[in-house]
Design a protein around this ligand. Structure first.
Ligand code: AMP
Ligand code: MG
Length: 535
């Protein structure tokens, strides 16, 4: 860094993060913006802009992920030091870091939105751990960048808690995702209009350090294609393959073909995991789609309580419901086709891209079938299971039954005497239970017959089911309870919830309250059943 550091900004003492080895390939190998200021602007001929985090008043570590710290090689002593909170609030820099904001565009709610970019995310650098794994460290909420447009570059505590907890929960659920190292409160208020209704209020601010092998999004490619900058687009594609897909070999065209195909495959797997655990992303814009097929940008996401394919947590999307639960597989394919369009000029013909988009459907269908078979406990998928499982989902929807509790309860079925009683805990409404009980009775008898046909010991089936059907998910109301406590100065519930979510498939005796269905008070409460993009 060749300019004076701003007021309140330090270089971290050399003993901090000593174990981290930085190797900042993105800024080393791709062209950067020559302008060194956060003034909002269109950035051309560059993939990134140099920018320092803006220091905050009073950084305090609220929580950290022990698993991510271990992954990076950060010892407990570093985490306990006040310097740790300073670095991960953006008040202090390790000598190996080269902070930047990435330039990307995106399709938002179906429309091309032009340049977006890291408006409040600042990558500190890329670390390489003892296992030679590359992990990029990125602060979210660390201040203005050239991509902040008219916004403030900051994040509120509530959305930071949600991102921190959910990305770690998703990892432990086995869903491909970015990770989170730390959650730091800033001691500074942030002004937000939570429901865009003219009632702006100050809320506490926070910074999350996100961790991922790569934060490249579909939008990083789209912005270059939209500017017809083919040379830089090619460089970015070849960089992404070399850094993030190093196993792909062959000549240039073959490598690019195989790469896009793998992006499609990974995206398909990610979506089928979302459908398995009941996760609704809420803002599947192409700028929020990771090139590695990781769940990225936790905003107004939500979890399915009562099974409803039409549900979206995002109030900004409540009219169109573009990003509703059941629509996510189609949206991901639409997003991939936007990426394919951006890449079109790099291929001699569109066929390889079209084939890869079809491959998305095949991989999604295959994994969805395998996942559904496992969720219902079948040894393997049979064509006729489509009808049987489809009927179950119809009943779950009509009777407003809790998705997560249903699958765990189903594992306990007595195949000789199936009874609706074992599903007692699933119902939100007695009247809908009454209306659907006969259908459910019939279904359970058919299901028991299907399970008996597999002729295997019950414990094998139960283990198969409980390995894919979590007992604990990050229910919207649980996150909200932790947020309410943190707003009162009590961070213990955030830490407790993180701890529960570390073992989502285990019974965890004594913690059953975290597995309970959504309480009535949370049905229509802000933060529990509806969220806006304001964060
Ligand atoms: P999102 O919908 O959160 O993925 O954000 C879309 C775009 O808005 C991205 O370019 C973000 O960086 C930017 N953005 C969102 N919130 C802020 C904020 N508070 N300050 C600056 N930029 C933001
Ligand atoms: Mg985003």
């Amino acid at each position: 860094m060749n300019h004076p550091l701003p007021a309140g900004f330090d270089i971290a003492p050399p003993e901090m993060l000593r174990a981290l080895r930085f190797d900042n390939r993105f800024v080393r190998e791709l062209p950067g913006d020559p302008v060194d200021s956060p003034r909002p602007r269109q950035v051309r001929d560059a993939c990134w802009s140099p920018v320092l985090p803006t220091p905050v008043r009073e950084p305090r570590l609220i929580a950290h992920s022990a698993e991510v710290a271990a992954l990076l090689g950060i010892p407990d002593a570093d985490i306990a030091s006040p310097e740790f909170a300073k670095i991960f609030a953006g008040n202090s820099l390790h000598a190996g870091m080269q902070p930047y904001a990435a330039c990307y565009g995106g399709h938002q709610f179906g429309n091309w939105a032009g340049q977006l970019g890291d408006g409040r995310a600042i990558t500190l650098g890329e670390t390489v751990n003892a296992k030679d794994e590359r992990w990029e460290l990125q602060l979210k909420g660390a201040g203005l960048t050239p991509y902040s447009r008219t916004a403030d570059g900051r994040a509120v505590l509530r959305s930071s808690i949600r991102e921190f907890l959910c990305s770690e929960a998703m990892h432990h659920l086995g869903v491909p995702t970015t990770r989170a190292l730390s959650l730091v409160s800033t001691g500074e208020p942030v002004l937000r209009d939570m429901f865009y209704d003219g009632n702006a209020a100050h809320e506490p601010g926070a910074v999350v350090c996100r961790v991922s092998p790569s934060f490249i999004r579909f939008g990083n490619f789209e912005i270059l294609a939209s500017r017809e900058d083919k040379a830089l687009l090619e460089r970015l594609v070849d960089f992404t393959i070399a850094r993030d897909y190093p196993h792909i070999a062959g000549d240039t065209t073959e490598r690019r073909r195989r790469w896009f195909e793998e992006v499609c495959e990974r995206t398909a797997l990610m979506i089928s995991h979302w459908m398995r655990v009941g996760f609704v992303h809420g803002v599947m814009n192409t700028d929020n789609m990771s090139i590695l097929g990781l769940t990225i940008d936790y905003g107004p996401y939500g979890w399915i309580d009562n099974f409803d394919p039409d549900w979206t947590p995002n109030t900004t999307d409540s009219g169109q419901r573009r990003y509703r639960f059941g629509h996510q597989p189609q949206i991901a394919q639409w997003n991939l086709s936007r990426l394919a369009s951006a890449l079109l000029d790099l291929f001699p013909s569109p066929e390889p891209l079209e084939a890869a988009l079809e491959r998305y459907v095949d991989v999604y269908t295959e994994s969805q079938e395998a996942m559904t078979a496992a969720k219902f406990g079948f040894k393997s998928w049979r064509a006729e299971d489509d009808e049987l499982t489809g009927e179950a989902l119809r009943i779950l929807r009509d009777a407003e039954m809790d998705m997560t509790i249903f699958y765990r309860a189903l594992a306990k079925i007595d195949v000789k005497r199936p009874s609706v009683d074992m599903l007692d805990q699933c119902f939100y409404r007695e009247d809908l239970r009454g209306k659907n009980e006969t259908a459910l009775d019939h279904w359970l008898v058919r299901y028991a017959t299907r399970v008996r046909a597999d002729a295997e010991p019950a414990e094998v089936r139960v283990a198969r089911m409980n390995a894919v059907n979590p007992k604990y998910v990050m229910r919207n109301y649980l996150a909200q309870e932790a947020i309410d406590a943190a707003h009162e100065g009590n961070n213990a519930p955030v830490i407790d919830l993180l701890d529960v979510m570390r073992h989502p498939y285990d019974e965890q005796p004594g913690r059953e309250r975290y597995a309970k269905k959504r309480p009535d008070w949370a049905r229509q409460k802000a933060g529990c059943s509806m969220l806006s993009c304001s964060s």
